[in-house]
Design a protein around this ligand. Structure first.
Ligand code: ZN
Length: 123
């Protein structure tokens, strides 16, 4: 369990769900101008002087910088870039990316249609 506050607790399932469902580019793209190149995104790295050639490469579930050799997931990017604690990063993701459907909503949607259809999302 990850504790997000005095009373709120978050299960590891919920953490995994957020990582699986929130595109890394949605998070990084809130702070860094990104250019799509095929299946990934490129941008100037905010963590080192990156003036000419974009070194920050953003994949679906993580980002990597070829300049400073750091890598991030949606949580560690917010922790590093926005100086947030892990619980604050979760709160930020919940409030800023709340348009994403909840996994519960998706599950019940699929189950109401046909309970034998496998859920196409890794939980
Ligand atoms: Zn960098």
């Amino acid at each position: 369990m990850y504790y997000t506050g005095e009373r709120k607790a978050m299960s590891t399932d919920r953490i995994a769900e957020m990582k699986a469902r929130i595109p890394m580019s949605d998070v990084v793209g809130k702070f860094v101008a990104l250019e799509r190149i095929g299946s990934y995104w490129k941008g100037l790295c905010p963590f080192h002087p990156d003036k000419n050639t974009p070194s920050l490469t953003v994949y679906s579930d993580h980002a990597f910088c070829f300049g400073c050799k750091n890598h991030w997931d949606i949580f560690s990017f917010l922790q590093t870039h926005q100086h947030k604690t892990f619980p604050e990063a979760i709160d930020w993701l919940t409030s800023n990316l709340s348009s994403l459907p909840s996994i519960e909503g998706i599950k019940s949607q699929y189950r109401s249609v046909d309970p034998t259809i496998p859920i196409p999302y890794k939980i």
